[in-house]
Write a protein that binds this ligand. Structure first.
Ligand code: GLC
Length: 436
């Protein structure tokens, strides 16, 4: 047996180093580089999207890595394609849910690592229209998203556990050429057959590097076919945005970023994974993303029939309900340089500071170290004015109800005379000390 160039583990280890290697590779500007700001504008304003992991693994309900992590033989796993026949237009339900949740775009797995395509591909028969489903599930998804006014994203896994060349491409040049043509060909199909697509979300580049994938040529084709699209960085080029996974971390270089996260511990449907986040956690994650200038892509893993686990529906509806009242603190938010509190998180638009109080302290809510002067304050949900007193070191919002007026997070909007910035060093150094 040939051993691949990278083991999966060493490949994961190289991921951290990938951005540097990738930027060296992409010294020549791609067609998309020139007008990145224009293409990304809607996405920055949107802040919040729905990720959807759906495939044959959804029938088994043991996580989307089940094929690999249980070492299921290809022939055995393939049988699932004969059973995967979701109810018609399941995606409509997701798109409606995304709308209710306040999400502005969707990104669905058109092909995950298992290799099964939800779209119609001339390049394989291992795709939904040619198996039990008998229909193009990507077409249904695109239509559903558009019907709800949501932007449309395609997730596409480069790594492929089903294709005969998917592993040996690392050591066999003829296999690499065939496999790269297959992958580029499928991306071409996705970029050609569904009208305007807003996001292309590559995933897992094992076992090749950017050169092996011919990622430059890949992106060139994508931008030729979809001049307005944005692409992520997981074909090992920088792309338009980076993709911290299961963590919220602004890109150090100041590039655009999107944190993708699950609501439990699995992306694909996992029947017994009950480690659900609370709606409050999801709301605070969304606030943190908005605060640090990023986006939040929150995942659902529908069952094989397309139905969405009830817990996910409950969480998303709670988030959406909160956004109905407090959305102006999130959509179109600017990066915010206030972050220290024991009971609140922050976001900002222009000179307005939004204080998101998650552990309600009672009648008085305090913010330390604010450099700007507060001109007025109100509860965002009700518009009720909030009284305040401000000195050099703190602002105290006064006369508030003993119980939190909004649930699960109460937002105080404070209009300031300049950009609200917090300086805690100053508090520590200069706050008057007794007898000095
Ligand atoms: C990882 C996983 C995959 C998931 C993705 C989402 O790369 O392999 O299962 O789709 O992250 O970001």
């Amino acid at each position: 047996m040939n051993s691949p160039v990278f083991s999966r583990r060493s490949w994961l280890q190289t991921l951290a180093a990938a951005p540097a290697a990738a930027s060296a590779l992409s010294a020549a500007p791609l067609p998309g580089d020139a007008d990145r700001e224009r293409r990304m504008k809607w996405w920055h304003e949107a802040r919040f999207g729905m990720f959807i992991h759906w495939g044959l693994y959804s029938l088994l309900g043991r996580h989307e890595w089940v094929m690999e992590n249980e070492a299921i033989p290809v022939e055995e796993y393939e049988q699932l394609a004969k059973r995967f026949n979701p109810r018609p237009n399941a995606a409509r339900e997701w798109a409606k849910l995304a709308r209710r949740a306040g999400q502005r775009y969707m990104v669905m797995t058109t092909k995950h690592h298992e290799g099964f395509c939800l779209f119609n591909s001339k390049l394989t028969s291992y795709c939904a229209p040619k198996q039990a489903a008998g229909r193009d599930l990507v077409a249904e998804y695109v239509e559903a998203a558009r019907a709800e006014g949501l932007r449309v994203g395609f997730y596409y896994s480069l790594m492929d556990w089903h294709h005969p060349d998917g592993a040996r491409c690392a050591t066999d040049e003829a296999a690499r050429k065939r496999f790269v043509e297959y992958i580029h060909g499928q991306i071409r199909e996705l970029m050609t057959n569904y009208g305007k697509i807003d996001i292309l979300w590559y995933d897992v580049a094992w076992p090749l590097n950017a050169e092996g994938w011919e990622s430059e040529r890949m992106n060139q084709m994508v931008f030729q076919l979809q001049p307005d699209i944005i692409v992520n960085n997981r074909n090992l080029l920088p792309g338009d945005f980076s993709t911290p996974e299961q963590r919220i971390q602004a890109d150090a270089s100041g590039r655009a970023w999107e944190a993708c996260m699950t609501m439990n511990d699995s992306w694909g449907y996992h029947a017994s994974d009950d480690n659900w986040k609370r709606p409050r956690t999801c709301i605070l994650n969304l606030v943190t993303c908005a605060r640090d200038g990023g986006n939040y892509l929150l995942n659902i893993g529908p069952r094989g029939d397309g139905s969405v686990p009830e817990e996910s529906v409950r969480i998303l509806e709670a988030v959406g309900h909160w956004l109905e009242r407090n959305g102006q603190a999130i959509y179109g938010a600017d990066r915010c340089r206030v972050n220290r509190s024991n009971y609140a998180n922050f976001s900002r638009k222009g000179n307005t500071l939004y204080m998101h109080v998650s552990y309600w302290p009672g009648e008085t809510v305090v913010l330390a170290g604010l450099q700007a002067k507060v001109k007025s304050a109100r509860l965002l949900a009700s518009g009720r004015p909030v009284r305040f007193e401000q000195d050099e070191f703190r602002v105290r919002f006064l006369g508030l109800p003993p119980k939190p007026p909004d649930d699960p997070v109460t937002v105080i909007a404070a209009e300031c005379d300049s950009e609200p910035v917090q300086n805690m060093d100053r508090v520590r150094r200069e706050r008057p000390r007794r007898g000095v």
